[in-house]
Design a binder for this molecule. Structure first.
Ligand SMILES: [Zn+2]
Length: 348
């Protein structure tokens, strides 16, 4: 129904009108990883197929959206000098598929992008434990898992065909993993989980599924015009103490030094989470801009630590993507908010 309505609106020129009405607002796209295997079937909001990403770039080119580097776009937004319907591409985390698929596609199209790197897993080169654990349990189909076979410290038998049981098994594993000393021990636990599920741990590690790109791959992306920026080192923004936040930025900058450009000042909140009391801390840490996971376009005067983005995903079809880019969905959201009595102000 939604698709039929969008197609009709497109035919009668509503997309073009919306694009004109929202021409001075900055569009910031947000991506995470692309699949090396079937990750998009596991989490379609976190991973997309490489061909879906390519099709998005083709649409941006075909529809002539000017794609700008983040810093340049933010400066132009502040001065009211953005080209019409200006767009920025951002990518979070640093998954291996970003280096293997997104990087070459962006290079081919000549589009700049910003990659917010959580550097811990890039440095360690182990698989990201919690996501990899969920993935293995999902991948194992309807097997029965005896956690005692994974580690003597664990207990419980779980029917993995059941989503709740899968979640409980993952919770037990992640809690136990948090008590382990380092990433190498968590990787060893992951390998024992593979064995308990009759999977080949070596093949899983070699597949690089749920792993981050290497430092060499990150360096290559920077050379291709994909600007490496900050996402904290351990993918967390501590809530309580400024010193802990400062340490995250410090470790993140230290890790990226030598492979990123000279100016590490743009930031993306890990998992989109932040609280108002943390915003002044960003200023003290020399942060120039911060992007959120809140949807919408950015107008002149938008708060620089609460920039909105459009979270593109595998399960968003091309027509909906086009409707979002045109500004039509932005205008509909605005209309809805006005009806509810929550006008989206210039700085919202
Ligand atoms: Zn992230």
């Amino acid at each position: 129904m939604f698709a039929i309505a969008l197609a009709a609106l497109r035919r009668c020129g509503a997309f073009s009108v919306a694009r004109w009405l929202t021409r001075d607002r900055l569009r910031i796209l947000c991506y995470h990883g692309v699949s090396l295997a079937d990750e998009h079937e596991f989490r379609s909001r976190l991973f997309m197929r490489p061909e879906t990403f390519r099709r998005r770039l083709a649409l941006l080119r075909r529809a002539r959206y000017p794609v700008l580097p983040l810093g340049e776009a933010l400066a132009a937004l502040e001065l009211g000098r953005l080209p019409p319907a200006a767009t920025v591409i951002t990518i979070d985390d640093g998954w291996t598929g970003t280096a293997l698929s997104m990087g070459p596609a962006l290079r081919e199209y000549g589009f700049p992008a910003t990659l917010y790197v959580a550097s811990y897993y890039m440095d360690r080169q182990t698989q990201v434990f919690n996501v990899a654990c969920d993935y293995l349990l999902w991948r194992s189909g309807s097997r029965r898992l005896d956690l005692a076979r994974v580690d003597p410290a664990l207990a419980g038998v779980f029917e993995l065909g059941n989503a709740d049981a899968r979640e409980n098994a993952a919770l037990a594993l992640v809690r136990y993993a948090e008590t382990l000393a380092d990433a190498a021990q968590r990787q060893a636990l992951l390998e024992r989980l593979c064995l308990a599920l009759d999977m080949d741990p070596e093949a899983f590690r070699r597949s690089r599924v749920m792993s981050f790109m290497s430092r060499e791959e990150a360096r290559m992306l920077q050379a291709w015009g994909i600007d490496l920026q900050l996402h904290t080192h351990r993918h967390r923004l501590p809530l309580e103490r400024f010193e802990d936040v400062q340490r995250e930025f410090c470790d993140n900058r230290a890790s990226l030094a030598g492979i990123a450009g000279p100016s590490l000042v743009h930031f993306c909140y890990p998992s989109g989470e932040y609280r108002p009391h943390q915003l002044p801390w960003l200023e003290r840490c020399g942060i120039a801009s911060a992007t959120t996971t809140r949807g919408g376009f950015n107008r002149r005067g938008a708060p620089r630590y609460e920039l909105k983005r459009f979270l593109d995903a595998e399960d968003i079809d091309e027509l909906e993507f086009e409707a979002e880019m045109s500004g039509l969905l932005e205008l509909l959201r605005e209309g809805r908010d006005r009806l509810r009595g929550h006008p989206t102000g210039a700085a919202a």
